[in-house]
Design a binder for this molecule. Structure first.
Ligand code: ZN
Length: 383
């Protein structure tokens, strides 16, 4: 079995295109700011009824505007209008922030386009009358792309972001289910004892960043930070791919609820990007036909995964205590792996409302015990 999935390619643009893109980005900012003013005026007019303009309304108001721009065309203007209307709806605001073109607070460059505007031409790409070359050009062979954009990063480099349709075969998973602890710890662990530690992403890079900052090398610091982010993305993508390929049912301990209650302790988790990992597992799992569920973390860090007694370290000291011994059964636990095991068992059979028995509906088909099936039939008979 296979299904079509949309993935976004991110290819670095070769430096000869930067000047053109910088100039085009200024024009895009002008369109955005025009849309911002126009929409704001329409939403609070001096006289008459207020109007909430849509992207389509904006397109109608700026017909022929492309004549006044040297770089961008009407397609790009329409994409800017559409994006503006979407963001405005999303944030429920009559006015959004301006896009700043110059100075220290300038917005990172962004030039959107429609799928048909970008054309392949030999070894290069053609967009709005300009020829571009990108690195890893061969990735564009034999793919159908959708509307994308050119985007600038903090270092000042330009990237071509292109959503492409790909057909991916659905491979059956090797194993049944896994529990994943995306806690506030600096590591993520599975119930099988497989770990991903956050400090691996950075290795010695944090020291270098600090050094560059102290010496006043701003650009170098930005570059290093980008390297760190790339490493993190790479590690998270590889890890989530491995998990999705291996397991059919993926149970993730809920991160968000804990983050709300312990905002301060959540900082390392945010740095490590566990939220990103959660998103990746969800969409990759969906693409591969896996079942991905979020499980309430509850007492998963405190309970012993062998005997279920609450003998583990209390949350506040959790970051310091890595390995502990259960005082009830004497088992030694790694705190991350122990939590992941508890998440796995919590997801398999959530406690029923009545008491300790497992709910018959929660067990996957084929694993339902005879006892549970009998109880179901007894209930149907009673009804
Ligand atoms: Zn125990």
């Amino acid at each position: 079995m296979s299904r079509t999935v949309v993935t976004t390619l991110r290819l670095k643009v070769k430096a000869e295109g930067y000047a053109w893109l910088d100039a085009a980005a200024v024009e895009v900012n002008q369109v955005w700011n025009w849309a911002n003013t126009t929409c704001h005026k329409a939403a609070s007019p001096f006289v008459g009824p207020a109007k909430w303009l849509s992207g389509y309304d904006l397109d109608g108001l700026c017909v022929g505007a492309s004549e006044h721009f040297e770089h961008i065309g009407s397609d790009t203007i329409q994409r800017v209008n559409a994006e503006f209307a979407t963001r405005r709806k999303q944030f429920k605001k009559a006015k959004l922030r301006w896009r700043v073109s110059y100075g220290a607070k300038r917005s990172l460059g962004w030039v959107p386009f429609k799928a048909a505007q970008l054309k392949r031409k030999g070894m290069s790409l053609r967009f709005s009358g300009k020829t571009f070359r990108v690195f890893e050009q061969d990735l564009l062979e034999a793919v159908t792309w959708k509307s994308g954009c050119f985007a600038q990063d903090a270092v000042g480099d330009w990237w071509l972001c292109l959503p492409v349709q790909q057909i991916r075969a659905q491979i059956p998973a090797v194993r049944q289910s896994v529990g994943l602890d995306l806690g506030l710890q600096k590591a993520v662990a599975t119930s099988d004892g497989d770990k991903l530690e956050a400090h691996h992403f950075y290795r010695n890079i944090e020291l270098k960043i600090a050094l560059a900052q102290r010496r006043g090398h701003k650009h170098q610091a930005k570059r290093l930070r980008r390297t760190a982010a790339c490493r993190r993305h790479d590690a998270l993508h590889k890890y989530s791919r491995k998990i999705v390929d291996r397991y059919q049912t993926i149970l993730i301990g809920d991160v968000s609820s804990l983050q709300l209650s312990q905002a301060r302790a959540a900082k390392p988790a945010l740095n490590a990007g566990w939220g990103m990992l959660k998103t990746q597992l969800q969409y990759k799992g969906q693409q591969a036909g896996r079942s991905v569920r979020i499980v309430d973390k509850g007492n998963t860090t405190r309970a012993c995964s062998s005997c279920k007694a609450l003998t583990g370290p209390v949350d506040r000291h959790m970051l310091a205590v890595r390995i502990w011994v259960c005082s009830e059964c004497g088992d030694t636990h790694d705190s991350d792996i122990n939590a992941a095991r508890n998440i796995l068992s919590a997801g398999r059979c959530p406690p029923s409302i009545r008491g300790n028995e497992s709910s018959p509906t929660a067990a996957p088909p084929g694993q339902t015990s005879i006892e549970a099936r009998l109880r179901v039939s007894a209930l149907t008979v009673a009804a």
